[in-house]
Design a protein around this ligand. Structure first.
Ligand code: SF4
Length: 413
């Protein structure tokens, strides 16, 4: 049975409603249990539990240290291409956004990866928009095979595929698959995805299962917070993680915690999730899933990441760029613009793109302004701009060990 069947009978909306009405005694009852249900999770993300956040934080911190030790695993995204055939309203790479696009050649991908290796990384997340012409299976396979000898951990965040199509990528050396459902609310999902194969909600929801069947040993899931009610999303992703832990038990499951960030297209969040809500959710996930990795990216500010780190986070990205070629300038000379999905050659001279400019007293973080740009457009603005070295130093300062490599291919041989 796939998760879609379980999901269709999941009382997520009613649990989210119960969460809002939960009292302190219900929260304390859930906290007293050694194994938490979805109803308990709903209690732990309730407004009543927010009053006990310090207590939740202490429990979550202790449990994380007991299960994971004092280590934070570091990874970095490498964007291969920002071409995409989908229209996702919240994403800078959306097909109809007139942005500067490029797909890196194999040599350019190597250049980017070498620069990241120099910085210390050994755990790479290859990211690309969904575009069968530019981001073909053979292209992805060649990228993975080229990087595999130097990279013990390679995960993919690319358009969902069939199991048989995933298998050659695993054979080439990819070991992780990350797929955000974006939102578990079918109505909001339909509104957000206006064109392209991503409109198929169920196909996306079953992706981690197909990836597992193909042999991926790490599965990463998440909603994108800011589209539907965060409590509803949290209950759904918890149900999803629980399903994967029961049915894909040989794989390590991680849950990410991405909140929407400004991007080309100027989409603004439909719902609000505060910093405090995010902290509460980290604790609640940890108490429900003692052994599941929790991932926090550079979407969040340095200050918030430093504060959330001891609560239960186990994996962080650092020094990230969300544009192809962002680490070395690779691919700059072949940038092109797309207008409603059509390639428009750039006139010589400085190209103009809707690159984000977020500055100025009182300027809205969510407003973008055109400016001269000579690099591909990023997927979204990052908030923590510290270098990997600075992030590693901070992790040490907080008493943790930054881990750059957490797997060796020899272990799977
Ligand atoms: S979210 Fe993914 S599929 Fe949607 S537009 Fe962005 S890159 Fe394409």
């Amino acid at each position: 049975m796939s998760f879609v069947s379980e999901f269709n009978s999941l009382p997520a909306q009613s649990l989210a409603q119960k969460s809002l009405a939960a009292g302190t005694s219900a929260v304390r009852e859930s906290l007293a249990k050694s194994k938490l249900s979805l109803a308990d999770l709903a209690n732990l993300i309730s407004p009543a539990a927010a009053e006990l956040l310090e207590h939740l934080g202490r429990r979550s911190h202790a449990m994380t240290q007991q299960r994971f030790g004092k280590v934070i695993r570091l990874f970095v995204p490498l964007y291969l291409s920002n071409e995409c055939i989908n229209n996702c309203q919240y994403c800078g790479f959306s097909r109809d956004n007139p942005i500067l696009r490029v797909t890196l050649s194999l040599d350019e991908v190597r250049r980017e990866a070498d620069a990241l290796r120099e910085q210390g990384f050994r755990n790479l997340l290859l990211v690309a928009g969904e575009h069968p012409k530019f981001v073909s299976l053979n292209y992805l396979k060649d990228c993975v095979a080229a990087l595999h000898p130097d990279w013990p951990g390679i995960s993919l965040e690319v358009g969902p595929m069939e199991t048989a199509v995933y298998a050659p990528l695993v054979a080439a050396g990819a070991d992780g698959l990350v797929v955000y459902q974006e939102t578990y609310d079918r109505k909001v999902y339909a509104d957000m995805h206006t064109a392209g194969p991503k409109r198929n909600f169920d196909w996306r929801l079953e992706t981690p299962e197909r990836a597992y069947a193909a042999g991926f040993r790490r599965l990463g899931i998440s909603p994108l917070y800011g589209l539907a009610d965060w409590r509803f999303e949290a209950i759904c992703v918890a149900a999803h993680a629980d399903f994967l832990l029961r049915n894909c038990w040989k794989a390590a499951v991680t849950i990410s915690l991405p909140r929407l960030r400004p991007c080309a297209g100027e989409f603004r969040p439909l719902t609000h999730m505060s910093d405090r809500d995010l902290a509460q959710l980290v604790c609640a996930f940890r108490l429900m899933f003692p052994d599941v990795g929790l991932v926090l990216s550079t979407r969040e500010s340095a200050k918030l990441r430093d504060g959330l780190l001891p609560l239960g986070v186990t994996m962080m990205s650092a020094g990230s760029h969300t544009e192809p070629g962002g680490y070395t300038g690779a691919g700059k000379e072949k940038l092109h613009q797309t207008v409603r999905g059509r390639i428009v050659e750039l006139a010589s001279g400085a190209p103009v793109s809707p690159k984000l400019r977020i500055s100025g007293e009182g300027a809205s973080e969510w407003a973008s302004a055109p400016e001269n740009a000579t690099a591909a457009t990023g997927q979204f603005e990052i908030a923590d701009g510290r270098s990997p070295r600075e992030v590693a130093d901070l992790i040490r300062k907080l008493g943790y060990e930054p881990v750059w490599k957490d797997w060796d291919t020899a272990l799977t041989a």
